[in-house]
Design a protein around this ligand. Structure first.
Ligand SMILES: Nc1nc2c([nH]c(=O)n2[C@H]2C[C@H](O)[C@@H](COP(=O)(O)OP(=O)(O)OP(=O)(O)O)O2)c(=O)[nH]1
Length: 146
């Protein structure tokens, strides 16, 4: 796994905000990327790209509404951990926020996710996720164990 670029690398930096949404049973939501996309078929934490001039928290609130039809207040986002990972064509910087308060009935946007699963943190490693997510999964498992 490559987590850092070589000095002077010209990979563009991509900022993505993601959520670890927890239900009242302590399960976390992961969604499956559509097959036709980059990293297609892999499971991920819901979220998406932060647009120019946008705060990460607002981007995440927007993405959760667009992709899942869930409503989250920006102050319900608890900064938890981040991933910093060099993909071949970009460097991903991805803050992960823990969310325990949200409203609405989940409805997937098929362009963003083809499936969703509520998973106990200890079971997350059963799902194939992008390489950037490994550190985040490890942190969530630790969080749950303490
Ligand atoms: N949302 C999310 N993205 C992740 C995770 N792990 C990971 O490597 N990524 C990558 C996949 C994408 O390259 C990028 C997220 O961008 P995105 O979901 O907004 O974009 P996309 O590739 O679906 O394409 P687009 O249609 O939105 O342009 O971050 C993760 O856990 N959650």
């Amino acid at each position: 796994m490559q987590t850092s670029d070589s000095p002077g690398s010209s990979r563009r930096l991509l900022l993505v905000a993601a959520a670890a949404l927890f239900d009242s049973s302590g399960r976390v939501l992961i969604t499956q990327r559509p097959h036709h996309k980059q990293l297609g078929g892999l499971w991920e934490f819901p979220g998406g790209k932060v647009e120019l001039g946008e705060a990460p928290e607002h981007a995440l609130v927007r993405e959760l509404k667009e992709e899942l039809d869930l409503t989250v207040e920006p102050d319900a986002l608890d900064p938890f951990a981040f991933a910093s990972h060099a993909y071949p064509d970009f460097h991903l910087l991805m803050p992960l926020y823990v969310v325990t308060k949200f409203g609405g009935v989940m409805r997937l946007d098929p362009n963003a996710a083809q499936d969703a699963a509520w998973v106990k943190p200890a079971d997350l490693r059963r799902y194939e996720m992008p390489p950037a997510d490994v550190v985040l999964v490890n942190r969530l498992i630790e969080r749950n164990a303490t």
